[in-house]
Write a protein of this length. Sequence first.
Length: 94
Amino acid sequence: MINIPNIFFDCVMGKVEHSEAIVLFVVLAEEDVKQSSLVEIPYSWFIEKTGFSKSTISKSIKSLQEKGLLSVVKTKPVHRYSSMLDLDGEEDFR
C-alpha cells in the first residue's frame, strides 16, 4: 500500500489536470516504495504505469514543475524526480 499525503487530496487534487495527478501519483508511489524523496524514473516506467504517451507525460511533468509540485534533476540516462509535497502538511498549496 502506498502512502499518499493528505495534503495531496486537500490542496492539490483540485488544481491539477487528470494526467498531472496520475504522473504525480507515480512519483509518490516510487518515493514510498524506495523510501527516498528523490527517485529515478525512466519514461518507460511512466508510460507503463500511466498508459499515457511520452508527449502527455512531458507536458504533465513540465506543468507540475511550473506549479511547484515536482522537482526534476536531469541526469543521464534517467532523470530523478521529487514531489514537492510537504508530508507534514506545513506547506500550503491553496
